[in-house]
Design a protein around this ligand. Structure first.
Ligand code: HEM
Length: 306
């Protein structure tokens, strides 16, 4: 039976992924509506064709196109924040539509992308298409395991899905996507201890540093946030590496029931703590995109048919 949420949000880490962004041809909005309405069934068909491929997708829309499709907005849908610190800057890169497809077989990822692209027809223009792969035991190309502290089990839904606080958009999710290009030459000149201090975790054994030993500049220090009651503020990350021989990086991807947590994490990285201590991982990588989307429920998508 079809889940109320798009399964690409919650499914476990995959070994293959495609991140595709599009702009929408406003004069073809009805074609887009029909394609979005048909998408949940098309995705199910492909899942049935590749039953062992753990094929999952999430389709999302930015604030730039939302009002062309619905008269009501998800309460917190907004553009990606522009955040400037003394040594890091993140800027929004406008785009309308995103497709996040993942699986354990690149052929199934490719086929689902092709089927959906065909259904969108001339209602979209392709902006960017990035193919990602599982590197070793889920490592980023810096050599560190990525995704360890993600929520597990039922907690994934609690963290990632909108609940009855916004009933019309229940089972949706706020999605953030950033393309990072790494300076691996610079990174690989650092000794292992320096690299480990930057993450606040050990490299080979992937152990978290004791809290007292974490640098204020460590990536995991800057991104582990607590709310006013001392509870961890969490997001669900599905970041994956991409690489050619000349360009290597990470597609950072995260889902959350609210975009506020992600925005606070970005601020903590870029503007730093109360003394302005920023995230030193950012000395070795550069964000070339920053995008915010809402991933609506399957029911919302299907309701778009004319
Ligand atoms: C943790 C890599 C960007 C949020 C981690 C970890 C690695 C990593 C290796 C430690 C293991 C784990 O996943 O728990 C990277 C790389 C990035 C990047 C290579 C970019 C090039 C970001 C961004 C955010 C973020 C932009 C959010 C705004 C987090 C969070 C954790 C984490 C919440 C878990 C912290 C904890 O509770 O220990 N990241 N990350 N990361 N990262 Fe990133």
């Amino acid at each position: 039976m079809m889940t109320p949420f798009q399964t690409g949000i919650i499914a476990e880490a995959s070994s293959d992924a495609l991140f595709i962004t599009f702009n929408v041809n406003r004069s073809e909005i009805n074609t887009l509506k029909n394609a979005l309405a048909a998408a949940p069934a098309l995705i199910e068909e492909l899942q049935a064709q590749f039953p062992a491929a753990e094929l999952h997708a999430a389709i999302g829309l930015s604030d730039l196109i939302w009002d062309k499709l619905d008269t009501t907005r998800p309460q917190l849908l907004a553009t990606f924040p522009h955040i400037t610190g003394k040594d890091i800057e993140f800027t929004p890169t406008d785009v309308d539509l995103v497709l996040h497809i993942r699986s354990s077989r690149h052929d199934s990822t490719y086929q689902l992308a092709s089927v959906l692209f065909k259904a969108f027809g001339n209602s979209v223009t392709l902006v960017d298409e990035v193919s990602c792969f599982k590197y070793l035991d889920n490592r980023d190309l810096t050599g560190f395991v990525d995704g360890t502290e993600n929520p597990a089990g039922e907690q994934r839904k609690a963290v990632a899905l909108v609940g009855d606080e916004d009933p019309r958009f229940e089972h949706g999710s706020y999605f953030n996507l950033m393309r990072f290009i790494h300076d691996l030459e610079k990174w690989e000149k650092e000794d292992i201890k320096t690299q480990e201090d930057i993450f606040g975790r050990t490299k080979h054994t992937n152990q978290e540093y004791p809290s007292a030993e974490k640098s204020v500049h460590a990536h995991t220090k800057r991104t582990s946030l607590k709310d006013e009651n001392g509870n961890s503020m969490e997001i669900l990350r599905h970041s994956m590496p991409f690489a050619s021989l000349t360009e290597k990086g990470l597609m950072f991807a995260s889902y959350s029931k609210t975009p506020v947590i992600f925005n606070l994490m970005l601020e903590s990285m870029v503007k730093g703590d109360e003394n302005g201590n920023t995230d030193h991982l950012m000395k070795y990588t550069r964000a070339t995109t920053g995008q915010a989307f809402f991933i609506p429920s399957n029911q919302w998508l299907m309701s778009l048919s004319n």
